[in-house]
Ligand binder design. Sequence first.
Ligand code: PEP
Ligand code: MG
Length: 758
Amino acid sequence: MPLSAVASAREILTRLHDVMASRSAAQAKLNSVVGIIGEALDSEVCSIYLLREGVLELFATRGLAQEAVHVTKLALGEGLVGSIARNVETLNLDEAAIHPDFAYRPETGEEKFHSFAGVPIIRRERAVGVLAVQHVESRRYDDVEIEALQTVGMVLSELIANAGLIDNASSDTSRPQSTAVDRVPGFKLVEGMAAGVAVFHQPRIVIEHTVAEDTEAERHRVYAAFDKMREQIDRMASQAEFGVDGEHQEVLETYKMFAYDEGWSRRINEAIESGLTAEAAIERVQQRTRQRMRQIDDPLLRDRMHDLEDLSNRLIRIVSGQLGTAAQLGLRHDSILIARNLGPAELLEYDRRRLKGVILEEGSLTAHVTIVARAMGVPMLGRVRDVRRLIAEGDRLLLDTATEQVIIRPSAAMDEAFDTRLAQTQQRRAVFAALRHVEPVTRCGTRIHVNINAGLRDDIAALDLTGADGIGLFRTEFQFLVSATLPQRERQQRLYRDVLDAAGDRPVVFRTVDIGGDKALPYLNHDEEGDEENPAMGWRALRLALEREGLMKAQARALLEAAAGRQLNVMFPMVSEPWEFEEARTLFEAQREWLAARGKKLPVDIRYGAMLEVPALADVLDMLMPRLDFLSIGTNDLTQFLFAADRAHPKLAVRYDWMSPAIARFLRRVQRTLHGTGKPLAVCGEMGGRTLEAMMLIGLGIDRLSITPAAVGPIKAMVRSLDRTALAAHLETLLVNPPRSLREPLLDWARENGVELA
Ligand code: PEP
Ligand code: MG
């Protein structure tokens, strides 16, 4: 802001301060405000319109006919005032009457005024009114004047909110977009339907005080907040390889750039100079940037705009001392969580009973946050563009992953249609639940083993609820993720024992910790690996565990003791070469001997398995075979490595198909290597929980699946309707000269052969 603008705004704010502090009634205050602004800008007319019940009403004026006050009303989008409010946009015109939106109102007597400038009065990013000035003389207002008007607009928003002159219902009718947004498309990450109230993971702060008492103090507050924010960003960037905050590396780079941008801090300082509080100054600068950006139609810039919004909100939260996430503040209603992205640990902090759904701007199918949401049974829609701009905190939402959209502030008819669909889904669920005691045997007589993936104590109940054969993947790192400190051996042991107790005769496969990648442990000192550019391919899972021997030993002991007198199935993640498996197995065996030497009761049998997630292992499976008891393919990681496509990257979320010939042929090769060896082969990645994908896996000869509990019913139904022998023959033919994806041909085949696909 140029100095003269600062001075001009400051002069007005100083005078407004007295008006705001006075004990007079709201109407009298507004009358004074139009007087002050009109005088300061030397303008013949100054008027304030406020949005009441969806209509903009002239509330105060200097210069227009007083009889028009509370009489002149404009709909949103009607006339210049209506268009400013609808578009949340400033207008600066030297000849108002020739603007296409101009609507003449005779009762105001405005025909003699040529020039017009109006700014929206914004609250929670929506226009709740308009402040306008007019001159007889035909002239454009200079930037200084417009700046001053916009700053005053902020203060007015505080005044009218405090005076209760606008109600929530009316502020809700003005969207930041030109039309009310009803439906926003997204991408299904976790299936389900949810109705609830929008809650931002990082809540928006509503600014209560806009005019500063002590400019110097405000400046110090903002300095301190900048320091703290930069510290936070630096820390996040240094931990980014573990995705602590669910932030993407690229985003953090941009955050960093903005956080250290001198121009940004200077503009905030200037806004403070003009008389605003620190919070109001940050918001004021943000409003200006938003307005400027709205005129530029560049998707890249728009993304950067989001980053700046994030940072600006963070700065306001720091300055106002309101730092908690919605999880820390506690959910109060049935909530649908809105975030750009989340880390798995962040999601786990939420109360499952109140968290009905999640909407992300980013997100991908196999990111761990998605897996956690699936495990929590929370529907999730990802890649919903602009969601944080289109949805306001407290909006009622309907989330439906079947239609892959979110409905914002639904009408009664939409609610009704949603309820009907929900009832149908529940009926379908009931049909699947009835399959609980039915064995998944194909029409040609092959018994398919349908296990579930688990990781949280609450997941254990899913075994009985679904009638699954066992737990094919217990992700032990989830206990580590939900703990504030490293879980001690006794705590680990207790969990494992409870899981085994609940499973009874049903097998449980415990996977040793898969930490690193997007599963960070804030309490674990990760310093020694330095900065990782590709954390998914970095120091994680077995690589980390073998070097953190203490961690692995404690886990081995916990597992061995928990399984005393029973069978223990252990599986190692991310095995890349046989020696890694060998070392891990040796470590477990050493612990077993240690316990035996002390006369402790041991498992009756220990079976060691490896996860095939790194493609290289496929070529040395023969070397591993003699020492291996079973193999489980982790298709989430495997596909990211086969395609060199980050599984958490939102832009790659739908680029590569699980039903590509490359994956099918790769899996067929692994299946052939194990065939006849007597070593069980399973798939425990997310693809096994989708009916068409699972059908393909079974067709390739894989007869063990470990899947998300919600998928057990649909998968059983699919299995029971499938003739595997016929499918296997069809697949063989298809794979000779395959199309780009096997999805369409297999979908056709399933239809023709009466396979039940969900
Ligand atoms: C996988 O990679 O497929 C897998 C099952 O493990 P996670 O998703 O936990 O990495
Ligand atoms: Mg994996």
